[in-house]
Design a protein around this ligand. Sequence first.
Ligand SMILES: *[C@@H]1O[C@H](CO)[C@@H](O)[C@H](O)[C@H]1NC(C)=O
Ligand SMILES: *[C@@H]1O[C@H](CO)[C@@H](O)[C@H](O)[C@H]1NC(C)=O
Ligand SMILES: *[C@@H]1O[C@H](CO)[C@@H](O)[C@H](O)[C@H]1NC(C)=O
Ligand SMILES: *[C@@H]1O[C@H](CO)[C@@H](O)[C@H](O)[C@H]1NC(C)=O
Ligand SMILES: *[C@@H]1O[C@H](CO)[C@@H](O)[C@H](O)[C@H]1NC(C)=O
Ligand SMILES: *[C@@H]1O[C@H](CO)[C@@H](O)[C@H](O)[C@H]1NC(C)=O
Ligand SMILES: *[C@@H]1O[C@H](CO)[C@@H](O)[C@H](O)[C@H]1NC(C)=O
Ligand SMILES: *[C@@H]1O[C@H](CO)[C@@H](O)[C@H](O)[C@H]1NC(C)=O
Ligand SMILES: *[C@@H]1O[C@H](CO)[C@@H](O)[C@H](O)[C@H]1NC(C)=O
Ligand SMILES: *[C@@H]1O[C@H](CO)[C@@H](O)[C@H](O)[C@H]1NC(C)=O
Length: 815
Amino acid sequence: MARLLALVGLARLAWAYGPFDPLQYVDPLIGASNGGNVFPGASLPYGMAKAVADTSSGSNQGGFTLDGAPVTGFSLMHDSGTGGSPSLGNFPLFAYTNCPDGDVDACVFPKKARARFGVFDNGSVTARPGEFSIALRSGIRASMTAAHRTALFKFTFPGTGPDGKPAQPLILQDLSDLSDSRQDNGTVSVDADTGRIRGSARFLPSFGSGSYVLHFCTDFAGADVLDSGIFANSRASTAVHNLTISRSINGYPLPGGAFVRFKSAAAPILARSGVSFVSVDQACANAEAEIPSFDYDQVVEAATAAWARKLSPIVVSTEGVDSSFVTNLYSGVYRTMVNPQNYTGENPLWTSAEPYFDSFYCLWDSFRSQIPFLTIVDPAAVTQMIRSLIDTYRHEGWLPDCRMSLCKGYTQGGSNADVILADAYLKGLKDGIDWDTGYQAVVKDAEVEPFDWSNEGRGGLDSWKTLGYIPVQDFDYKGFGTMTRSISRTLEYSYNDFCIAQMAARMGKTADADKYQRSSGHWANLYKADQPSQFWNGTDTGFVGFFQPRFLNKTWGYQNPLNCSNLDNYGVCSLQNTGPETFESSIWEYGFFVPHDQGALLRLYGGPAEFVRRLDYLHDRGITYIGNEPAFLTVFQYHYAGRPALSARRSHFYIPAYFSTEPAGLPGNDDSGAMGSFLAFAMIGLFPNPGQDVYLITPPYFESVNVTHPVTGRTARIRNVHFDPTYQAIYIQSATLDGVDYRKNWVDHSFFTEGKELVLTLGRNESSWGTRVEDLPPSLSPYTGFNGTYSSQATRMRRIRGYQASFEGYGVGRN
Ligand SMILES: *[C@@H]1O[C@H](CO)[C@@H](O)[C@H](O)[C@H]1NC(C)=O
Ligand SMILES: *[C@@H]1O[C@H](CO)[C@@H](O)[C@H](O)[C@H]1NC(C)=O
Ligand SMILES: *[C@@H]1O[C@H](CO)[C@@H](O)[C@H](O)[C@H]1NC(C)=O
Ligand SMILES: *[C@@H]1O[C@H](CO)[C@@H](O)[C@H](O)[C@H]1NC(C)=O
Ligand SMILES: *[C@@H]1O[C@H](CO)[C@@H](O)[C@H](O)[C@H]1NC(C)=O
Ligand SMILES: *[C@@H]1O[C@H](CO)[C@@H](O)[C@H](O)[C@H]1NC(C)=O
Ligand SMILES: *[C@@H]1O[C@H](CO)[C@@H](O)[C@H](O)[C@H]1NC(C)=O
Ligand SMILES: *[C@@H]1O[C@H](CO)[C@@H](O)[C@H](O)[C@H]1NC(C)=O
Ligand SMILES: *[C@@H]1O[C@H](CO)[C@@H](O)[C@H](O)[C@H]1NC(C)=O
Ligand SMILES: *[C@@H]1O[C@H](CO)[C@@H](O)[C@H](O)[C@H]1NC(C)=O
């Protein structure tokens, strides 16, 4: 019934939004098993309320999973695609058709125990943007939708309970969260007359420090209240209506919550739960304002319309293409807008007129393509996110590298908010962004070491400035953090400084630009030209010249360049104290992370042919792992060696083989839509080098792609001539940009803001298109070794100036 009504709603929308309905291609269940950890439930774009069925799976970071684990409840908030501990999942509801013999104490309340009533068949699950629905074997169907800070549930019950007696449904709501992090003195009360449940509790963030308090307010409609009460541990009573509960001394939060019973189940029972970080009263007010009438279908329709609007900028020609490619694209685009979450008006930490976004989880993941993708399809939202990041700096002293649930998240490498700010600045975002303060914030990352650099900024700044690298076993008495990752931190800090240099150059701060451009070259101090690489069995890879750890006294340490690669089954490579000198990836893969100076890297690796051979080895030997973000750019770095055809081939090597439209279809955690954005960029054929105004051109996976800029209203178009839906002809033979012959293998952001047209003529063989030195994307150092020709210093200067001039054209304001 719910579905039928919803479909009618969809038909009406198709009329309202034109003939192409992208939502038919969104499958939120992609990534719901096999560690994708996506949130497949109901949410608005960037919504705070996120309703889904939570399972007891060990991989329930996003709440729901399709891996045989039963449902434990239907909770109100979530993150999507994250690693770490499960996030949020607060204040779940659960329902029974009746309690045996009408005795509330005979119903099962604790989350762990009630899971046996949460068994379901995979086939009973439906998910689409704005709605999630599931039928439990108990006969209860739970459908859910969401407004911005309010979840709306619709429970449909069988006429009789398991005991054969008439339905007298009980709906409970408890004070737990997915990771059972509730602290002392959670409170809940239920109003005996209306059945309204109100409550609050303090929880821990899933990958960060501190704690947060969340409040909720639930009202019911659809049936008359029979009675209500609270439960503590496994016992319940209709005589008690208020509860304040301890975490208990056993470490496990003591089960506790409230319940309401209803006189009948003749009609579905609706539960409307508002949430707030500010107060219980605000949670109630949010619910009343956002869903005044309990009109489930109307809420679904509004959510559907919001998603249709957000996805409308991208229109692809679906003709001839297997529909799974279209589903991969739009599902990927959809996932880029689930996180970050818009908590504007819900931030109790400081008072400000600026927007507040949260669930930047983490910027280390999202700087690479997610936020840059949103800069194209939803620049107004990114503008608000940037303002929020800058406001967070204003009030907490630092830009975050990761942030969730109002708390500081852990820093994984560099201060990568610098990349995000530079990317947005170079691409012309300005409305209301205080770029002077934004610049102060990134300079503080480079200049001031925080006492606790696990949470913000950078560590080892004294060594960085005196030695020009982060030493292994650094001496650092000024700030404290996990003293590992010296190689990947050096590489990321170098790139962070380059991003600052670009902002400085554009702002006319010449001295700063020079200074940070110089330190952006520090990566080279860890390059050990005579370092070989052997497999653990002693077999040599045949490659020489790798990054290596370096001590304070400038002598070299050693890390096997293959350690922490996809082939390394033993390494522990995350934030552990015992971690190695690279974070979550190998020296082999980090060996390509010099996004600003590929010219220098090409020279170190022995010229373009050797660079390509090394990149091929990285991918063909399975050293890299496309399920983690450092791999993204390596797919397209052939462009810098003058071989754009090989980037296209590599993109098809991974898609769809590693990205299918099954629930198990993601190669790793979606990481708040990072994987989704990788798919989206790769499939539209323009991949960013994030932090620079550069998109690398490969043929789209569709005959044509239109991207309408939501602010300028201009439509950028990419069209493949001789398009081949079997993807044999994926090599660009020639191209025109706005009708003029175009041989550069990259474009800048004006392509989108000005709505240009790129026409690519494809063939089955690699061509000379985009292969000349003058066709290559910008690099700090000149490109050398291209058939013995060396680009002169003059060419180099032109290129750098071109670099800076390339974003003059479309109205970047100074403020
Ligand atoms: C469906 O259910 C089975 C058993 O409950 C489970 O093992 C399987 O992985 C589920 N998911 C999918 C996508 O089939
Ligand atoms: C919880 O409540 C008890 C009883 O009022 C009080 O003694 C205790 O300090 C409270 N704990 C916290 C963390 O507020
Ligand atoms: C129970 O809680 C409600 C709302 O929080 C409050 O108004 C009421 O006074 C409380 N009742 C008792 C008995 O503490
Ligand atoms: C893209 O836009 C062009 C011109 O604006 C239009 O002719 C074409 O049909 C559009 N392509 C798709 C796939 O809608
Ligand atoms: C974020 O929420 C605020 C307050 O509701 C709203 O004004 C703003 O438009 C939202 N931003 C986005 C990108 O949805
Ligand atoms: C060593 O390991 C590599 C990579 O797995 C393999 O290709 C090679 O054949 C192995 N060599 C020996 C002697 O086992
Ligand atoms: C440099 O420091 C490392 C690590 O402390 C030490 O093992 C090595 O012997 C030192 N080398 C020299 C030449 O001082
Ligand atoms: C690298 O990995 C191998 C195999 O897992 C391990 O034995 C070795 O200790 C690691 N360490 C270094 C420094 O390469
Ligand atoms: C494409 O390359 C193949 C060999 O890889 C060659 O046989 C064929 O003739 C080439 N086609 C064209 C049009 O150059
Ligand atoms: C060098 O020139 C040859 C023939 O002129 C060409 O096939 C090759 O692609 C060129 N290589 C590079 C790296 O430019």
